[in-house]
Design a protein around this ligand. Structure first.
Ligand code: GDP
Ligand code: IMO
Ligand code: MG
Length: 428
């Protein structure tokens, strides 16, 4: 038993939602620690598909406590829509969901700023999800943010809103020639949100530490991935939070001594959505084939995901930054039927081969992947129930990842459904 951080090892969409849902059975609490409704976590149970953006993927299980931590930025309307969507299909969303008082609010002006800034960047745009994530975290760091707890204190809320709108509206008119935000309208809307959300707003730091003391098993659900982390990703082509394991500590208010393991989720290949470097990207028929077979279209924005071979340079970086104790390989089934598989083992830059992920965008832009060839397999992996029943070459492929990264593989996923999961080694 123990407390486990689930973290994306690539550029997001590794299948974190599926794995969190799967592991929730053995957990008592599921805690989301960063990001916002830029995330899209898909869970498939039988014929039903759920896409969660802000609410932990554990919500689909009865009697599990779900927490949204202080590290998350929350668009109240998006959260209400998500809650309503779950209630509509008969799921319970009440005392089983608590939202941190200290989580910051994404205001409509953050969304407007996100889109204006992107438009102004032209070709150099980041390709954000347009959800206001960056500007909301900017305000948090600039000490101008509005927190969920402020919604509960209308006078405080109004004062903060008023002081922010002065600057925001100047930017809107003078810089972007865009419409201004009207204080009464915004205030009234937010008070409506408060009516819906106030019962959920709580001291999640106290709740989670009480649960830890009690000996509960806690799953920390990361959003995005290591290469999208604000400090350790392909900056500036990243999101604005710490998607890596460290973010779980600050994003929930939990000490590092409480964590037993860090499980990295990795697709059997690589994808990325939005702009920025991607050394093992395939801009050809093979990339297209992976996209179609893997259904690689964004769960939040529907954008086609860029696809490429598995990149061990990326994964080595993730192992290091997150202190991974274990790995989960997802979407192995998508590679069924490939005659040959390539794996990026290093980056060729001039006359040298880099084994570590470079910090310089200029190097990333001009390096080429060093590819090693592996034999594929023709058999179906979906439906296989144990590691030893996998096709021989699939075993060799997965074994190679474990050996090269020197991190044990705990789970292999071979399909969207809960059932398409092979346990190699116990997680808890
Ligand atoms: P997340 O953001 O990390 O939770 O991942 P997403 O939900 O955005 O994207 C992963 C997609 O792959 C979803 O549509 C999942 O249902 C799907 N998926 C997860 N694991 C597997 C798998 O092993 N095989 C296949 N074919 N699909 C999977
Ligand atoms: P999950 O949790 C994949 C990407 C965006 C863009 C960059 C910045 O589902 O894995 P933002 O809106 O955060 O300012 O956009 O980050 N991005 C994601 N890519 N999966 C995600 O979340 C992502 N969340 C943000 O596409 O490139
Ligand atoms: Mg996703």
């Amino acid at each position: 038993m123990g407390n486990v951080i689930i973290v994306g090892t690539q550029w997001g969409d590794e299948g974190k939602g599926k794995i969190v849902d799967y592991l929730t059975e053995k957990a008592d609490v599921v805690a989301r620690y960063q990001g916002g409704h830029n995330a899209g976590h898909t869970v498939v149970i039988g014929k039903e598909q759920f896409i969660l953006h802000l609410i932990p993927s554990g919500i689909l299980h009865k009697d599990k406590l779900c927490l949204i931590g202080n590290g998350v930025v929350i668009a109240p309307d998006a959260l209400i829509e998500e809650i309503d969507g779950l209630l509509d299909i008969g799921l319970e969303v009440g005392d089983n969901l608590k939202i941190s008082k200290n989580a910051h609010v994404i205001m409509p002006y953050h969304i407007a700023l996100d889109n204006q800034k992107e438009a102004a960047k032209g070709k150099k745009k980041i390709g954000t999800t347009g959800r206001g994530i960056g500007p909301a975290y900017v305000d948090k760091m600039a000490r101008a943010g509005i927190k969920m707890v402020d919604l509960l204190w209308p006078d405080v809320f109004r004062e903060k809103l008023e002081s922010n709108l002065g600057e925001i509206n100047t930017i809107m008119t003078k810089l972007y020639n865009a419409p201004v935000f009207e204080i009464n309208e915004l205030f009234d809307k937010c008070m409506e949100y408060k009516e819906r959300l106030s019962d959920f707003i709580d001291d999640t730091d106290i709740i989670i530490n009480d649960r830890l003391k009690r000996g509960d098993n806690i799953l920390f659900e990361g959003a995005q991935g290591t290469l999208l982390d604000i400090d350790h990703g392909t900056y500036p082509y990243v999101t604005s939070s710490n998607a890596t394991a460290g973010g779980a500590m600050t994003g929930m208010g939990v000490g590092p001594t409480m964590i037993d393991s860090v499980l990295g989720i990795a697709k059997a290949y690589t994808t990325r959505v939005g702009g920025g470097p991607f050394p093992s990207e395939l801009n050809d028929e093979t990339g297209e084939k992976i996209r179609e077979k893997g259904g690689e279209y964004g769960a939040t924005t529907g954008r086609p995901r860029r696809c490429g071979w598995l990149d061990l340079v990326v994964l080595r970086h993730s192992v290091r930054i997150n202190g991974l104790t274990g790995l989960v390989i997802t979407k192995l089934d998508v590679l069924d039927g490939f005659d040959k598989l390539m794996v990026c083992t290093g980056y060729k830059y001039g006359d040298t081969v880099l084994n570590d992920f470079p910090k310089e965008l200029s190097i990333l832009d001009s390096c080429t992947p060093v590819l090693e060839e592996f034999n594929g397999w023709s058999e179906k992996t979906k439906g296989v129930k144990s590691f030893k029943e996998l096709p021989e070459n699939a075993k060799l492929y997965v074994g190679m990842i474990e050996e090269r990264l020197d991190v044990p593989i705990h789970i292999i996923s071979t399909g969207q459904d809960r059932d398409d999961t092979i346990i190699v080694k116990d997680v808890f």
